[in-house]
Design a protein around this ligand. Structure first.
Ligand code: 1YM
Length: 688
């Protein structure tokens, strides 16, 4: 647990003695990853995970999660209830062990292993340590037992607090995240992120005091329900007494329904799917329980999501390799058997997976995670298990469903021929393209510093704003690349990507290439099996700043750019190199003083401060082009004053993210307009 030299490996029992909950409070990041919003939400997942484990063990079929007005959260299940008897070794009630001793979860329930689990699988005691207070209630043989803790310490001994129906059992946990730990999430706290230059109380008072995000919880709880067929999970938001929201997630079809759900969201619902049935396989090989569900849709992208013990594995790993191997080989064998190809033709794995949505869920006793972010499954037995189960069952499925088999095979052959044709066309144009000659694009105004760590590039909407930016910039460290009009929508026109001059200009200016193609071996450590030529080492700028007008068109251009980065250079976003500049919406002049406001709210705040009278001259900026070089520098480019939003990927919400991008960029116009109109205003909080 520390970086000190280890001379002795501690056993589990010794760790329990060595580390009290104080260790968790001292270094919360080690246990929940971060104390940002993500860490906060993990507290909920840790408690819900214990309830889901009880469901997986077959004793619970309903979980209720309630967000309370005081920011506390209540989780209730109808399982057996955490044991209340005295724990032999510890001499205290088992429930107290669960909540006060680190690494205790599931270790002494008598057999069975914990399959679900949060970020670090450390469970209830960590949540308790990081809560101002936590109360647990257990229903057992007609009585309700209660225990209370504050910052991890028992403040009320376990005792019976009331009676209940004899046949009702279960566990209820309510906790309030500790504001001493989650400092930056608490409005009014020193560490709370406010707008620079404004620290007035009024602003803080107007902030939303709710710390939990309904959509984040909704996404994860719905995912949990899909992954545990038949389990009912209810999410209830009681924070606004006038508007209580309740959603229920329960899917008898489990991951089959997950695939149906994704395909409805991801594709044009007016077009029919190529085939109706969701293909489903399950089994257990060598202690690895495997479930696979998949179905093609009318689009061209692949959406395969892996889960290990109900946790998303965005970096793939052994289970995903097994999936790709089985699919490529089984479909390949079928094509060979039916002699459907010309001699020199070969269908690749990526052709078979074009337009495929798949969920691969494995449950394994001792998952080993590898890679930089420890999100890639290492256990090779998972590859064998998924490969064997999918290969054998898919072969039978094809025999029993020859129509579906031929639809899939024809789709793959078409994809292969289209890919070959596009490659030929590309090879022809590429020879002449700027991409190979390595010369920098003509409209790039480069910076003089060559150390990428000091360098930033502004991607600017429009030539006129580009001109102002070129005048305004710090020539040593700031490069400017103006974009003419809209860039290509890569979500719709993949094959034409390199024909687009704006995209080529970005690729050459960045200097690091781009990812394309997909491999079947999956052992190259890249996302979703993408084997790319993107090399972050060669990147010429460590800040890539998108600067567009603060209107709907500007938001659209930003989204087009982000889609391009997300699909072809995801490492850029993952490393935190992509930013959105924030040009102001208003300029206020009064008595030769100037203020800039970045939102309507902010303008109102300033007006309240300076007084609303006839001396106020307010200018609304319709675009970057209306600002002269000096204004652009002061408001948007000067590192001392500017506000940059870092673009991040919420790795736990990748299914949502893919849905968002295909909503924004796919064929359907209506949802796109709705989304942009809804979110453009809130771009200050953009976090994808
Ligand atoms: C709202 C949170 O924690 N439910 C829950 C937890 C446990 C049990 C049942 C349980 C497990 C076992 C036996 C077993 C836990 N028990 C333990 C331990 N809901 C919630 N529901 N009996 C009851 O694993 O064999 C840890 S979690 F360790 F005490 F058994």
């Amino acid at each position: 647990m520390s970086t000190d030299k280890v001379t002795h490996e501690y056993g589990a029992d010794e760790i329990q003695i060595l580390e009290g909950l104080e260790a968790v409070r001292k270094r919360p990041g080690m246990y929940i990853g971060t104390t940002s919003e993500r860490g906060l939400h993990h507290l909920v997942y840790e408690i819900v995970d214990n309830a889901v484990d009880e469901a997986l063990a077959g004793f619970c079929d309903e979980i209720l999660v309630t967000l309370n007005p005081d920011n506390s959260v209540t989780v209730i299940d109808n399982g057996r209830g955490i044991p209340i008897g005295i724990h032999e070794k510890a001499g205290i009630p088992a429930v107290e062990v669960v909540f006060t001793i680190l690494h205790a979860g599931g270790k002494f329930g008598g057999g069975g292993y914990k399959v679900s689990g949060g970020l670090h699988g450390v469970g209830a005691s960590v949540v308790n340590a990081l809560s101002e207070w936590l109360e647990v209630e257990i229903r057992h043989e007609g009585q309700v037992y209660m225990q209370r803790y504050e910052r991890g310490n028992v403040t009320k001994k376990l005792s019976v607090v009331r009676e209940c129906e004899k046949d009702k059992t279960g566990t209820k946990v309510t906790f309030l995240p500790d504001s001493q730990i989650f400092k930056e999430l608490i409005p009014g706290h020193d560490s709370y992120a406010t707008i620079p230059g404004f620290d007035d109380k009024e602003l803080i008072d107007s902030q939303d005091l709710r710390i939990f995000n309904f959509e984040t919880l909704q996404h994860r709880l719905r995912e949990m329900a899909f992954l545990t067929a038949g389990l009912k999970i209810i999410l209830r938001d009681e924070r606004d007494s006038e508007n209580i929201v309740e959603e229920e997630y329960c899917y008898e079809g489990g991951i089959r329904e997950f695939v149906t759900f994704l395909n409805e969201k991801l594709t044009d619902s007016k077009k029919e799917l190529p085939y109706k049935e969701v293909i489903y396989c399950e089994g257990n090989v060598g202690g690895v329980a495997v479930e696979v569900a998949m179905q093609h849709n009318t689009g061209y992208s692949e959406y395969s999501y892996g889960f290990v013990n109900n946790i998303n594995t965005p970096d793939g790993g052994a289970h995903m390799e097994g999936f790709r191997l089985a699919l490529t080989n089984t479909v390949g064998d079928y094509i060979r058997k039916k002699k459907l190809l010309k001699e020199n033709e070969k269908v690749g794995g990526e052709d078979i997976r074009e337009g495929l949505t798949a969920i691969i869920s494995v449950k394994i006793e001792d998952p080993q995670f590898e890679g930089q972010t420890k999100q890639k499954l290492g256990n090779s037995e998972a590859r064998t298990a998924v490969n064997q189960i999918l290969s054998s069952q898919l072969e039978i499925f094809f025999e029993l469903n020859p129509n579906i088999a031929s639809t899939i095979v024809n789709g793959a052959i078409n994809a292969m021929r289209a890919r070959e044709a596009a490659k030929k066309a590309r090879d022809l144009t590429r020879r002449k393209s700027a991409l190979d000659s390595m010369s920098l694009p003509g409209k790039l105004a480069d910076c003089s510093d060559k150390d990428p760590r000091n360098c930033e590039i502004y991607i600017v909407e429009g030539d006129s704003a580009g001109g102002s930016a070129k005048t305004a910039r710090d020539r040593a460290t700031q490069a400017i690349l103006p974009l003419r009009g809209k860039i290509l929508n890569v979500e719709k026109a993949k094959e034409k990507m390199l024909d687009n001059a704006e995209i080529r200009a970005m690729i050459t200016a960045f200097g690091a290439g781009y990812d394309d193609g997909k491999s079947d071996n999956g052992d190259n450590g890249e996302k979703n099996g993408k084997s790319g030529v993107f090399n972050i080492e060669k990147l010429r700028y460590h800040k890539i700043i998108i600067m567009t007008d603060a209107d709907v068109d500007g938001a659209h251009i930003s989204t087009l750019l982000l889609t391009f980065f997300y699909r072809y250079m995801p490492e850029l976003i993952r490393q935190g190199y992509v930013y959105l500049a924030q040009p102001p919406l208003y300029k206020l002049e009064k008595n030769r003083q100037v203020w800039y406001a970045y939102s309507d709210d902010e303008l109102n705040k300033i007006l309240t401060e300076v007084g609303r009278d006839n001396n106020n001259k307010i200018q609304r900026y319709k675009g970057l082009g209306e600002m002269d070089a000096e204004q652009l520098w002061d408001t948007t480019m000067d590192p001392k004053n500017r506000v940059l939003l870092k673009v991040t990927i919420d790795e736990e919400a990748v299914t949502d993210l893919d849905i968002t991008f295909s909503t924004l960029m796919g064929d359907n116009v209506e949802p796109r307009r709705d989304f942009i109109e809804k979110h453009a205003k809130y771009v200050r909080n953009l976090d994808i």
